[in-house]
Design a protein around this ligand. Structure first.
Ligand code: 13P
Ligand code: SF4
Length: 310
């Protein structure tokens, strides 16, 4: 079926189900365009918590849809492709974290978990952070307890540097962001000498050191809009380029090529398609369902995050 036919069907089904379509900035352009709201992890979590729609069709990866369900359990949360996982989430299995905390019980770690993790890990955390509020939240961590930051060692190292707080870092990383290299950035800078380098904090330190600005996907939009520069080298997943070009017209955005596809692409994010979005609204499946006791435990650190980043 043609995209226009699918879009018309999605709009009809959305009305029929009283649904809202949320999309992360790394989604395919056609999904971003049909969504009611596009944002970063924090903005999406807030939107999902507040929506009065009966159904949330979440175009993102599993932990994001799961977070929506933790925050707003009376809604039905759909994920167009249930295989949409996340390498950062996979790098910190709940069992391994449980064992680590058990083996280091005497340390009484204050556990800070990046939102890119499973519900089991969230339930073990004291507080959750996203890339846009991590610095602010780490600053509020108790000074009399050692901090364990999971699962992203790169985001953790960046926040430790920004806040001066010492943290034990879980050795996890994102398979998309860890592929960016220093040479790639240097080459791009040579080709576009007037461009500013804007990079996501999930990138490795060697890459972050070459950046003019480091921030979450949402903050990239504001930064590029407000900056007097006309050209930007964007060091993150390429889905954000669609949003940047749409919301910041008249400026140039250069992407860095990595990975087997020759572009910085998260294959999990790209699993969602218009067809699968139509199917999930039609069939009301795949649906996210969570054990209530686990949901209630994971809600506590998530709510703490939302309160602290008001
Ligand atoms: P943001 O919260 O910045 O959108 O990041 C989410 C993510 O998965 C980055 O890889
Ligand atoms: Fe996870 Fe990386 Fe994909 Fe973000 S880009 S969803 S961190 S695998």
């Amino acid at each position: 079926m043609q995209a226009s036919g699918l879009i018309a069907e999605i709009r009809q089904l959305k009305k029929h189900r009283n649904a809202v379509i949320l999309a992360h900035s790394y989604q395919r352009p056609e999904i971003q365009d049909v969504a009611d709201f596009v944002g970063d992890s924090l903005a999406l979590a807030r939107y999902a918590q507040q929506t009065s729609c009966d159904v949330i069709a979440f175009c993102g990866v599993h932990f994001m849809a799961e977070t929506a369900c933790i925050l707003n359990p009376s809604r039905t949360v759909l994920l167009p492709d249930k295989e949409a996982s996340c390498s950062l989430e996979s790098s910190c299995p709940t069992g391994e974290l449980t064992d680590f905390l058990q083996a280091n019980k005497e340390k009484n770690y204050y556990v800070i978990a990046y939102i890119n993790c499973s519900i089991g890990v969230k339930a073990l955390a004291d507080v959750i952070v996203t890339s846009s509020n991590a610095q602010q939240i780490v600053e509020t961590a108790p000074v009399d307890r050692p901090i364990l930051f999971v699962p992203d060692e790169n985001l953790g190292a960046w926040v430790a540097e920004k806040t001066g707080r010492k943290m034990t870092l879980w050795r996890g990383s994102c398979h998309v962001h860890r592929l960016f290299t220093r040479d790639q950035i240097l080459q791009a800078k040579q080709q576009f000498p007037d461009a500013q380098v804007v990079c996501h904090p999930e990138c490795r330190e060697v890459v972050r050191l070459l950046a003019d600005h480091i921030c979450s996907t949402e903050k990239m939009i504001n930064y590029c809009r407000q900056s007097s520069a006309k050209c930007f080298i964007i060091v993150t997943e390429n889905g954000i380029l669609h949003r940047l070009r749409k919301l910041v017209p008249g400026k140039d955005f250069i992407s860095i090529s990595t990975g087997t596809c020759g572009c910085a692409e998260c294959e999990f994010m790209k699993l969602n398609t218009l067809e699968k979005l139509r199917n999930c609204l039609r069939d009301m499946s795949p649906v996210i369902s969570l054990p209530e006791d686990l949901r209630a435990r994971a809600l506590v650190p998530l709510q703490r995050m939302l309160e602290l980043s008001c």
